[in-house]
Write a protein that binds this ligand. Structure first.
Ligand SMILES: [Zn+2]
Length: 287
């Protein structure tokens, strides 16, 4: 039975209690992609792992991987970097948790993807640095990078049906077609019998499609065009947040296939509707 010792950097995506004293730890590793490892004795008071196996921690691990079983064994782990700022801010922590859960849901084990690993490090570090107005933009940036790293980059500038440039006023968005659909293609589809002009989601070209504003498409296209960002140039999230959340979520859920709904993104709705910065300031002034 083949058994290999693996040494790699990894991020802790989630942990679960196992038995009396152990933990089941889901890691996303640099060299081997997602790994589920059993950390024996990790919940004993004097465990050698200490506080190492906590969500969002960047760690270096030694594991025994065997090809005859799903569950692998953790042999050693040490902390490379922690993210203390995330642990003291509930909103930032919620974004970090959602990013972790997304990677867990969108990947399968033992499939290395160094771009995805870089995305994960990028968002954990970015969530500590950006302003609160930029948090959601950063998260959208991450979702776009994750989609591209998994091989399904959404088309946000040109119509996925005819290739024309998408109009500024409004367009349509179809996860199954891979992105935006222009007005005239949706009109033609409507003439073919689909009710393409109802206000909610509808079906054209046999796929679920929703009407979206040109602003939302342009904002996402801008984020997608940024190869990297700094705290200075990452734009704050615009007012139409619900629309962009819905676009990205439906796109990732569609392409995640059988794994279904991304519950990790539901916390965004609990953050409530967007308040423009001046209103937030007004609320703060009353304190
Ligand atoms: Zn078109």
């Amino acid at each position: 039975m083949a058994r290999v010792i693996v040494k790699t950097d990894a991020v802790v995506l989630r942990t679960m209690r196992m038995g009396e004293t152990s933990k089941l730890v889901t890691l996303f590793s640099e060299k081997h992609g997602k790994l589920k490892v059993m950390a024996k004795g990790a919940r004993k008071p004097k465990s050698k792992y200490g506080g190492c196996l906590e969500i969002t921690n960047e760690i270096h691990v030694v594991c025994y991987l065997r090809d005859d079983r799903d569950l692998q064994t953790l042999s050693d782990a040490e902390v490379v970097r922690t993210h203390p700022q995330l642990l003291t801010d509930l909103t930032r922590l919620a974004f970090a948790g959602a990013a972790s859960e997304m990677l867990d849901r969108l990947t399968i084990e033992h499939e290395p993807n160094e771009r995805l690993y870089a995305c994960l490090l990028g968002i954990l570090r970015g969530l500590e640095e950006v302003s609160s107005q930029q948090l959601e933009s950063l998260f959208w940036y991450f979702q776009l990078r994750v989609a591209a790293s998994l091989g399904y980059r959404p088309e946000l500038s040109a119509c996925t049906n005819c290739g024309c440039e998408l109009e500024l006023e409004a367009s349509w968005f179809s996860p199954a077609l891979g992105g935006g659909v222009c007005q005239s293609c949706s009109r033609e589809a409507a003439a073919d019998g689909a009710d393409a002009f109802s206000s909610g989601g509808t079906t054209i070209f046999g796929t679920t499609t929703r009407r979206v504003s040109g602003e939302s498409l342009r904002f996402l296209a801008l984020l997608q065009s940024m190869r990297t960002y700094t705290r200075q140039d990452l734009p704050p999230a615009p007012p139409r947040r619900g629309e962009i959340r819905g676009m990205l979520r439906s796109f990732l859920e569609y392409h995640a296939g059988a794994t279904g709904r991304l519950r990790s993104l539901e916390f965004l709705d609990a953050l409530g509707p967007y308040q423009p910065p001046d209103q937030e300031a007004a609320v703060n002034d009353e304190d």
